[in-house]
Structure formats: C-alpha cells, structure tokens
Design a protein around this ligand. Structure first.
Ligand code: SF4
Ligand code: SF4
Length: 330
C-alpha cells in the first residue's frame, strides 16, 4: 500500500532531471531532436531556462504534473524480425504477446489523465511492434489527438503496411497535432522488397499528412542473451544512472498491457516473466487509483528498477553502429 509520507523520500533531483528538465527540453527539441528549432546556442539555453522555470512554477506552485513523453505499446506483434530490435520484440513467445483495443486504450488513457491529474503530455506515442497491425488504430489516434491534455501524438511505423483510409482521414483531421514517424530502413538492401516507404509517402503527400522520415539513424548492436547480470542493488542503481546519461528513451514512460514501465525493455522483460515488481514499482493504468499522481511523482524519482538487472543497454550503446533492421533468418 502506498504511503503518502514516503512521497518525497526519493531524491527530488531525479524527479527534476527526468520530469521537469526533460519537459523543458522537449518543448524545444521535439521528439529525439527530430524537428529541432534553429536557434543560437545562447538563445537555446535562455529559452530552456525559461521553460524550466515555467515547469517548476507549474509543478511546485500550481501542482500541475506534465509528462514529456509516454509510449503506448498497442501491440507487441510486428511485421519484421529485427535481429537488433532494441526492445527485444522478436524474442517474445506467442503466449507473451499483447494487443490493445480501443476500449483498453480509452480506459488506460482516461485513468492516466484523471487520476494522474496530468495537465499536459507533450508527446504521446502509439507504437508496437507495428501499430498498423492494430485494427482500432484510427479510433485510438482520434481519441488521443482530441484530448486537450495532449500536445502531439506520434504513430511510429516501420513502413511495411500501407495506411488504411480511415487512418489517413484521422491524420488529416489532426494534421497540426498528429505526426507519423516513418522509420527509414532504406539503407538495408534485404528489406527493399518489403518496405513500402515510397507508396506511404505518396499517400501522406496526397493527403496533407504530417510526417517525419529523413532520419538516418544507425542502429547499435543488441546483446543476444537476456540474462540476469547478478548486479547488486547498488550496482544496478549505478547502471541506471549510466543509462540516464546515455539513453534518451529512459526519459519516456512506456505502457505495456496497462502497466507502466521505465522504458520499453523493462516492459518486455516483464512480459517475459524475468522479474517481479518491487514495492512502489508497479503502476497500473487499468484501474481507478486516487493515488496515481503521487505514485507517478515517486516513479520519476526512483533510482533503481528491477528490470535494469537484465539490461545491457549501456554496453550496447557503446558498440559500433550497424545497418538498421537486419533480419533474423530462420
Ligand atoms: S520493426 Fe521495430 S519493433 Fe519490429 S522488430 Fe524491428 S525494431 Fe523491433
Ligand atoms: S532497463 Fe534500465 S538500464 Fe535498461 S534501458 Fe531501461 S532503464 Fe535503462
């Protein structure tokens, strides 16, 4: 049972770094600096400090909780089997997969906004796996995009599925707010016959859909084995801090099957039954929870997560970059 007097026992500095500062940054940088503003360094720093001040005033004075980025994993199923999928999606067994429908999304989103008392979500991501496999995607997008609490909604797709008409219409309707992040795997020769980027981009252009495509992200090699590192709790904590310094995705909350996770890897490790939640680590969006706001603040302030014990992201991130989306052959 959550105890209110525990609320600020965790380091407030971590909450500031992971929530307030990141909220300020993301307003200038957009998602992963995809659409950076063209500002001089001096002006950027000045604006960032103003936005940070605004976040602090909003939180401490007006009790408003904002979220820089949250990902709803609508399905863990995917049309590709990438060897170096950073979230280990192809490692899930059939029985471990999860798919979300509109009703699940509505319940979880409404509970988050209402009981988390969320004032603003700067970026809400709908992803997978491959989210275009989800039949309710258009309805889900419509519901998220019409919320006044959400600033931007992103659909992240791997470019293997042509967009259905209802989805294109919803994207058109919210073209100032809804953006498609179309992954660019064109560097990978083996995907040439599968990838439909050109047709999809034509759909977007014909329908005035807002999208982002030009990124040329190189991937990092992902360690094959998911195993218990046997790190002690203190070592695990230090590992998480290293992750915070090297990996942007850890600043985003990740929802799998109605549960909230520190990052997508933590969600997949949980679905694979590798660990159990520690006290204070489990946040469910499936139910009405009047303590949700306090739990979220505490969650952002935690300095250790059980999932990190199985993670090699710091080592992975330091390896030379490779061709994106190389496929598992079987
Ligand atoms: S397309 Fe994305 S989610 Fe699917 S296997 Fe590849 S990296 Fe993972
Ligand atoms: S499991 Fe822990 S160490 Fe790995 S990416 Fe997530 S937060 Fe970082």
């Amino acid at each position: 049972m959550f105890k209110k007097d525990k609320l600020y026992s965790y380091k407030l500095g971590l909450f500031k770094k992971r929530n307030l500062k990141r909220n300020a940054e993301i307003q200038l940088d957009s998602l992963h600096k995809l659409i950076p503003l063209k500002l001089s360094e001096k002006r950027y720093k000045f604006l960032k400090s103003l936005l940070y001040l605004r976040e602090k005033i909003n939180f401490f004075l007006f009790k408003k909780l904002n979220i820089s980025q949250i990902e709803f994993t609508l399905t863990t199923k995917c049309t590709l089997k990438c060897k170096n999928c950073t979230n280990y999606i192809p490692r899930l067994e059939n029985s471990e997969h999860r798919v979300m429908n509109f009703s699940d999304f509505k319940t979880q989103f409404d509970n988050l906004i209402k009981y988390g008392k969320i004032h603003k979500i700067y970026n809400l991501l709908l992803l997978g796996g491959e989210p275009l496999l989800v039949k309710d995607l258009s309805k889900i997008l419509d519901y998220a995009a019409k919320s006044r609490n959400v600033e931007k909604v992103w659909i992240v797709t791997n470019g293997t599925i042509i967009f259905p008409e209802d989805l294109i219409n919803t994207l058109k309707k919210y073209r100032k707010k809804a953006i498609v992040w179309l992954s660019n795997y064109s560097e990978n020769e083996e995907l040439k016959s599968i990838i439909k980027d050109n047709q999809i981009i034509e759909q977007f252009k014909n329908n005035n859909v807002t999208y982002y495509y030009n990124q040329t992200f190189k991937w990092f090699h992902v360690s094959e084995d998911i195993k218990d590192s046997k790190r002690s709790r203190e070592e695990n904590k230090q590992y998480f801090f290293k992750c915070l310094d090297t990996c942007l995705s850890v600043f985003c909350l990740s929802v799998f099957d109605g549960d909230l996770f520190v990052c997508p890897r933590a969600g997949v490790f949980y679905l694979k039954n590798l660990y159990q939640f520690e006290d204070g680590e489990h946040i469910s969006l499936k139910n009405k929870d009047k303590h949700l706001k306090d739990k979220l603040i505490e969650y952002y302030s935690r300095d250790v997560y059980s999932a990190c014990k199985f993670c090699t992201i710091v080592e992975d991130n330091s390896l030379p970059r490779i061709t994106p989306a190389l496929q598992i052959k079987n």
